[in-house]
Design a protein around this ligand. Structure first.
Ligand SMILES: Nc1nc2c(ncn2[C@@H]2O[C@H](COP(=O)(O)OP(=O)(O)OP(=O)(O)O)[C@@H](O)[C@H]2O)c(=O)[nH]1
Length: 633
């Protein structure tokens, strides 16, 4: 640049000097050679020569620069004549294509292009070039060694007059290899659309594909199964063998799923141990079964991870479009709900979504949240029913019973609302609430001088909580003046048998602290004597269905009798519930069961009424009539 402007400046000053010389020339005398004038002319001529010289230098400089740009450009440059024969290439052209300048001369650029790919046909490109004088775009190109690469290309048509009204044409192409750019774009695309661990499509791409396959199903009239898959027992693998082993398992599962599905099916990983399978082009609503059977089988095949043999399984929820004619998101949600039911009904299976079930499910969730709300709002309350020894009328304790004071439906018994809580977190929360309330009430009675034993009912899931005993003992520790022996727990035999090892452990810890246990509703479950013998319980509670019918039904009386004998044989106490009349009490005494609870003694009542009832019971001395009644019977 500096040279060029210097050259321009010196040319300008030469021009100035020449003009000054011409002006200074003396007048010419006609017919006479004037040596002075000739000298002047010579000087002017010399200056003109110098000027031409400077201009030549200038244009040489421009040419040198252009050639420098041509040879140093990172873009490949190729120039052809009007017949598209290559007449000039730059070094970058050779670097990119592998063709030397000599190899290329006289050949056409067609050798550089992957013909007919990506819809970019050279003819279409040329048409655009003639029409607009230039063309810009991307092409798949070929190197000399036959490898392909993507190139960005700018083509221009140069028209120059060639004399006699003719024009000379040249084509100039500038191009660069954009493989790296493409790789980078591909990487970004991969990160945005694929799960990095398994290389499966992620949720974002799944949504796009789900749209596509729904449209395809609409077009073809075939079915589409949307399946939500969640591994069973995956957390245990992470916990026992570490996160890396867990990752390896996920990768392995992804590979197995790929093998189990058909070519047109789609698998995506949503995160964690959750996958979605889109089974496309199904001929009917049932065809998905074959594929999912295969999927369950392959997922459940054991594998070796970190030196250990590991086995997981899958729970899958399925919904089939267009039977389930929902939108994208709703289809996935329905499949997810069905997966949840597959888990609930035992895992390692698939569950088909259906609308009726969905309705039930929604009702279930509504009820559950209504109950959680009732607990928060203080609508739940406890009533207490006395248990007595019929031999001497002594009150041996109270059973705390749950009620719901429903704002619209009135006072509800637990049978009408507890079922919905089974296995939920709310059930555990409610269990905590009950034991806390009961302990507070016992402390209140203690302060009034009444030391009363109270039993509470515990559910199967409470008993299966590994920290159940610890929590209860912590609650008890807050009432140091109450003895743990005042607290009794009642549980259904089915609850105790659900996980017998855990139950025995929990019962043993509680009993070691003096807390007693009763098996509720005894006789209605299916426990074998072997199990029963191992359960560390203190008392059997004869179910009220047998007790209330025992006066009329010899079978029921025999059952009651057998339970009493069984209790005696295993050295357990026995108590009858549902004692509705003195006649029932008399028969129970006769059979050898003296602990009773029922309407004949007292209905469940609020805590505030208990002391008054006990005083009244003491005065009435009802139990003293029983031996006579028994003899009469
Ligand atoms: N190794 C690994 N673990 C993950 C990843 N993402 C989530 N997790 C873990 O996966 C586990 C998934 O939990 P769950 O689905 O409840 O485990 P599960 O044992 O299969 O329980 P169920 O589904 O009830 O049968 C959690 O412990 C997460 O921390 C991951 O990318 N790699």
């Amino acid at each position: 640049m500096a040279n060029k402007s210097h050259a321009r400046r010196s040319a300008a000053s030469l021009r100035q000097r020449a003009e000054q010389r011409l002006k200074a020339m003396p007048l010419q005398l006609p017919g006479t050679p004037d040596p002075l004038r000739m000298l002047h002319e010579l000087q002017v001529h010399q200056i003109e020569l110098e000027m031409q010289n400077e201009e030549l230098k200038l244009s040489n400089e421009a040419l040198r620069l252009a050639s420098c740009v041509f040879s140093h450009s990172h873009e490949g440059i190729v120039i052809t004549d009007g017949a598209m024969r290559i007449i000039e290439t730059n070094p970058a052209f050779s670097t990119i294509t592998g063709f030397s300048a000599r190899d290329s001369l006289g050949r056409t650029p067609a050798m550089l292009i992957c013909q007919g790919q990506d819809g970019q046909h050279p003819k279409a490109m040329l048409r655009a070039l003639y029409r607009h004088g230039s063309w810009c775009g991307e092409l798949n190109c070929l190197r000399r060694d036959g490898t392909a690469y993507p190139a960005r290309l700018f083509l221009t048509l140069l028209r120059e007059p060639a004399g006699a009204g003719r024009e000379q044409r040249h084509y100039i192409g500038f191009f660069s290899d954009i493989s790296q750019l493409r790789l980078h774009e591909d990487e970004l695309n991969r990160m945005a659309n694929y799960d990095l661990l398994t290389s499966l499509p992620n949720r974002r791409l799944l949504t796009e594909w789900l749209n596509l396959v729904i449209h395809r199903a609409q077009r073809t009239g075939k079915r589409l199964a949307v399946c939500y898959l969640d591994l069973d027992g995956f957390k245990a693998v992470n916990d026992s063998l570490g996160h890396e082993a867990g990752d390896q398992l996920l990768v392995d599962i992804a590979d197995r799923l790929r093998l189990a599905l058909r070519v047109n099916d789609i698998i995506a990983r949503l995160g964690g141990d959750e996958f979605v399978l889109l089974l496309t082009d199904l001929a009917d609503d049932e065809e998905y079964r074959l594929v999912l059977d295969r999927v369950l089988q392959t997922v459940a095949t054991p594998l070796t991870l970190a030196g250990s043999l590991v086995q997981v399984s899958a729970s899958i929820g399925v919904t089939v479009y267009p039977h389930d004619d929902s939108d994208n998101d709703t289809l996935l949600r329905h499949a997810d709900q069905a997966m949840y039911l597959a888990k609930q009904s035992g895992k390692n299976r698939y569950h088909y979504y259906d609308l009726a079930q969905d309705k039930l499910m929604r009702e279930y969730h509504d009820q559950l949240s209504r109950l959680a709300n009732a607990l928060e709002q203080g609508e739940l309350l406890l009533v207490y029913q006395p248990k007595v020894d019929l031999r001497d009328g002594k009150v041996i304790g109270l059973e705390a019973l749950l009620r719901w004071q429903h704002p619209e439906l009135g006072l509800l018994l637990p049978e009408s609302f507890l079922k919905v809580l089974e296995g939920s977190m709310t059930e555990l929360g409610l269990g905590d609430w009950v034991s806390k309330q009961v302990l507070q009430q016992m402390e209140h009675w203690r302060q009034q001088g009444w030391v009363l034993d109270v039993s509470i009912n515990i559910s199967a899931s409470q008993l299966q909580q590994p920290d159940f005993a610890d929590n209860l003992l912590q609650q008890l520790a807050q009432f140091p003046l109450l003895s743990p022996a005042q607290l009794g727990l009642e549980l259904l035999e089915t609850a105790a048998l659900e996980n017998i090892v855990q139950s025995i452990q929990t019962l043993a810890v509680c009993r070691a602290h003096g807390i007693s246990f009763a098996l509720d509703d005894f006789g209605t479950g299916y426990s074998s004597l072997a199990y029963f013998r191992n359960l560390p319980v203190d008392m059997l509670k004869i179910d009220q269905s047998f007790v209330s019918n025992m006066l009329n039904s010899p079978e029921d009386r025999n059952i009651v009798d057998s339970i009493i004998r069984l209790a005696r044989a295993f050295n357990r106490e026995v108590i009858a519930e549902g004692v509705e009349s003195l006649a029932h009490g008399a028969m129970l005494l006769q059979l050898g069961c003296h602990y009773c609870q029922g309407y004949a003694i007292a209905r469940p009542m609020p805590a505030a009424s208990i002391i008054a009832w006990m005083q009244g019971w003491e005065q009435q001395r009802t139990w003293e009539h029983l031996p006579a009644l028994a003899c009469a019977g």
